[in-house]
Write a protein that binds this ligand. Sequence first.
Ligand code: ZN
Length: 70
Amino acid sequence: MTASAAFLCEDCGEILRLSQGAVHVRWLRDREHVAREVAEHASSGLDTWMVEGLAYLAEHRGHSISVITD
Ligand SMILES: [Zn+2]
């Protein structure tokens, strides 16, 4: 599982490619609330891909997000 994965918003057609495999990217989508909790309490901050992913999910709130792989 080294291939990168991406979020695809089925409503906007916008893609965000993340430097993580599908397992991680899918986890972030399905456990967004957990990731935000972690973000609030992590003193060292989140990994870049998580920050990017959460920003994307916030932007596309209520939309249908798929995880796609290469
Ligand atoms: Zn969207």
